[in-house]
Structure formats: structure tokens, C-alpha cells
Design a binder for this molecule. Structure first.
Ligand code: COA
Length: 375
């Protein structure tokens, strides 16, 4: 008897040294390279965590300084990519734009068929640095505004907000985005990372692997959920309507976006707790309404179906208060997750075995072939 594990639930598909998720005594542990995400989100900047994921160690001060400069110097886009962003229709979803641009970046990279560690790290820095510029530039182009070139003076997060909005962000906004990107940077064998590892296991080039990952992230059951959460917050519009909304949705058997998780079922996703704190912080300085509606929805989601929020739930109110348009939310996820994807692609290359599972055939068998004129 072949047992089919629906959705590969609880299947251990590979070994990894990149992140650890463990549920112990009613609490979830989530560590990147052995470091608790709470410590990283509180104390690190995104560049430091990207370094940790790629190199396996926290950088020393001078290493971090060099890494930040290396990333900052790679931020600007080749003219061909700017041309592509200008020519894509304005109605194209920004995540489709990102996926297409990454593919195009790959076609411009002469190193694409070589896979030494140094070259893979070179490509990794290029992708981490350029993804925020692709997102910000496309947004500026589609709303008919001038491009704001990246600056060497600002951090990864601050520079992104600067390129997007044309204003240097406050320290609080910069820190909040840093923490958000850190929390999205890595999460073991989630669907998009698995897609990246499958592509890497065929020895496809890094860009192909990242394109597979970006395509997979986009769906509403994965990274696309935060945009759906924002749609729900807008629909609910006031905390008073949250209970009725949640009840109706659940009665109709529909899913509440931003709730539930393959791993965190009755234990809360630790990322959502930290994001909730960030959402509170930003609500105090900005518009509190999104957080207030979120809280009312979360309360009722628990009351009526014991549902707990996942990473995408409070991300929505965080992004809204950072002035990020709704349809860029999944791009923000990609901007954070890119360093995790890259670390996994490199790990897969370095201990490769083609990933090729089996399927249990359940269709008809041994049918008699009928010539086309007789069907
Ligand atoms: N809203 C309502 N019910 C939900 C739910 C949600 N967001 N998430 C899970 N459930 C319910 C399912 O209906 C199912 O209930 P049932 O046993 O009564 O049929 C049960 O919880 C198990 O859910 P299931 O979809 O089988 O779990 P999964 O592990 O396959 O799926 C997700 C996990 C993330 C795909 C799922 O929770 C979901 O679709 N969430 C909404 C999308 C989202 O926020 N995605 C981002 C994930 S980080």
C-alpha cells in the first residue's frame, strides 16, 4: 500500500542548516542558523541577517560594513531592466514584474552557467540589492513619477522607502521595515523555498531557481495572503463590523486570509507576535485604524474557529502604515525572503540530489486505443 501524504504534510524532504522550526511545550521556536528570530528582529538590520543566512555566521563589525557597501553599490539597475519596467503594461501585477525582471537579470549575467561558491554569492548580492530597486522603480513608473535613484548613504530598508516615496523615512519606519524583512527572510521548506530547491536540484541556474520561487510565492495561500488581508481590512472598514464579517465568512466555509498555517496550528506563529508589536508601534505614530480592525478580526477568528494569525496578518497593517501600496505586499515578502531562497539554493547545490518524488496513479488503466475516426 502506497500512502499519499496530501500536500506533503510533515514530510521531511531534506536536511538543512539554515533555519529550525520546533514546537516545544506549547511554544514555537524559530531560529535562523541557530539564532532566535526575536533576537534578530530586535537587534539586527536586514543586511546582517542576509549575511547570516548566506555565510552561516553573524558578521563582525567590519564584515557587516563591507557587506552593506557591497549591497549598496549593486542597487542601481542595468538600463535594459529600466527599459523593461517602462515597457510592461501598467496593469501588470508588481509581482509578475518582479518575476519577469529577475528572469531578464539572469539573461544579462555572463556568470549564469558557473556555480562556484564565490560566483553564487556574487549573484546573491546582486539579487538582494536589486530587488528593492525593481519594486520601487516599477511603482514610480506606473504612477507616472520620476525615478529616485538609490543612495549609498541609506540602509537597505531606508533606501527602499526613500526610492518608493521620495522621502527619507523616520528611524521608526526604517526599524519596522528592517524587522519585517528579517521576519520574512527565511522559513525552512515553505512552498516557494521548496520550489527554489527543486529547481536547484536539477542544477538550473540561480536566476531560474529564484524565478520558480517568486512564481510560487505569489499565490494567495502563500505570500499573496497579505494583500488579501488588506482587502479584508478595507472591506470590514471598522472594528464594529469585524464579528459579523468573520462569522459570515466562516459560515460560508470560506478562508480568512492571514490565518492558519501548515506548521503552526494551535501554537501561534512567532513571527505574527513580533509583527503585532510592530503594528502597535506604527499605529501609535500613524493611522491606528488598520491595527484596530486587525485586532477585532483576530479576536473573532479565534472565538469562532480557534484560528491564529500567521505572518501575513499583521504585515498588512504594518505595510499600510509604512505607506506601501496594497499590491506591493507580496513583493515586500519577496524582498525579505530572497536571502533565505538564496541560502537554500546554495545549500542544495552543495549537497545535491535531484528532487523527484513519485505519484500514485489513480486514473484508468489498460484502455483500448480507438482510432480518431471512430471516437
Ligand atoms: N480560514 C478558515 N479556516 C481555516 C483557515 C483560514 N485561514 N486556515 C485553516 N482553516 C481550517 C480549514 O478549513 C480546515 O478546517 P476543517 O478541518 O474544518 O476543514 C483546517 O483549518 C485545516 O486547514 P487546511 O487548509 O487543511 O490546512 P493546511 O495546512 O493545508 O493549509 C494554509 C494551511 C496556510 C494554506 C491555510 O491555513 C490557509 O489557506 N490560510 C489562509 C491563507 C494564508 O493566510 N496564507 C498564508 C500562510 S503563511
Amino acid at each position: 500500500m502506497i500512502e499519499v501524504l496530501d500536500g506533503l504534510k510533515d514530510v521531511i524532504a531534506c536536511e538543512t542548516k539554515i533555519s529550525r522550526i520546533e514546537l516545544v511545550d506549547g511554544k514555537a521556536i524559530l531560529e535562523y542558523r541557530g539564532y532566535d528570530i526575536r533576537d534578530l528582529a530586535k537587534n539586527s538590520c536586514y543586511e546582517e541577517v542576509a549575511y547570516l543566512l548566506l555565510y552561516g555566521e553573524l558578521p563582525k563589525k567590519y564584515e557587516l560594513q563591507d557587506f552593506r557597501i557591497e549591497l549598496a553599490e549593486r542597487r542601481e539597475l542595468p538600463p535594459q531592466i529600466i527599459g523593461l519596467l517602462t515597457h510592461l503594461p501598467q496593469y501588470t501585477h508588481p509581482m509578475v514584474v518582479l518575476r519577469t525582471s529577475i528572469s531578464y537579470l539572469g539573461s544579462l549575467d555572463r556568470l549564469k552557467d558557473l556555480k562556484t561558491r564565490e560566483e553564487n554569492l556574487e549573484k546573491s548580492k546582486n539579487l538582494i540589492a536589486k530587488i528593492p530597486t525593481i519594486i520601487a522603480y516599477y511603482h514610480r513608473i506606473r504612477i507616472g513619477k520620476n525615478l529616485i535613484p538609490p543612495t549609498l548613504e541609506l540602509s537597505h530598508s531606508a533606501n527602499f522607502l526613500y526610492m518608493l516615496n521620495g522621502l527619507e523615512p523616520s528611524r521608526i519606519a526604517e526599524k519596522a521595515l528592517d524587522a519585517d524583512l528579517i521576519l520574512h527572510a527565511e522559513h525552512e521548506l515553505n512552498a516557494s523555498t521548496f520550489a527554489a530547491r527543486i529547481a536547484a536540484s536539477t542544477l538550473a541556474d540561480m536566476y531560474a531557481c529564484v524565478v520558480a520561487a517568486t512564481g510560487t510565492l505569489m499565490g494567495p495561500l502563500h505570500g499573496g495572503a497579505a494583500q488579501e488581508v488588506m482587502k479584508m481590512l478595507r472591506e470590514v472598514a471598522t472594528p464594529r463590523r469585524a464579528e459579523e464579517y468573520v462569522k459570515k465568512k466562516l459560515e460560508k466555509g470560506e478562508k480568512l486570509m492571514g490565518f492558519g498555517h501548515r506548521i503552526y496550528k494551535s501554537i501561534i506563529d512567532p513571527r505574527s507576535e513580533i509583527l503585532r508589536d510592530l503594528a502597535i508601534e506604527l499605529a501609535k505614530k500613524g493611522n491606528p485604524i488598520w491595527f484596530e480592525i486587525s485586532e477585532a478580526i483576530a479576536e473573532n477568528a479565534y472565538k469562532y474557529k480557534k484560528l491564529l494569525p500567521n505572518v501575513d496578518f499583521y504585515s498588512a497593517s504594518v505595510y499600510a502604515n509604512l505607506g506601501i501600496p496594497d499590491d506591493l505586499f507580496v513583493n515586500m515578502f519577496a524582498m525579505g525572503r530572497i536571502s533565505g531562497w538564496l541560502a537554500h539554493i546554495i545549500e542544495q547545490y552543495e549537497s545535491n540530489k535531484l528532487i523527484r518524488p513519485r505519484a500514485k496513479y489513480v486514473g484508468e488503466t489498460e484502455r483500448v486505443y480507438v482510432p480518431i475516426e471512430n471516437r
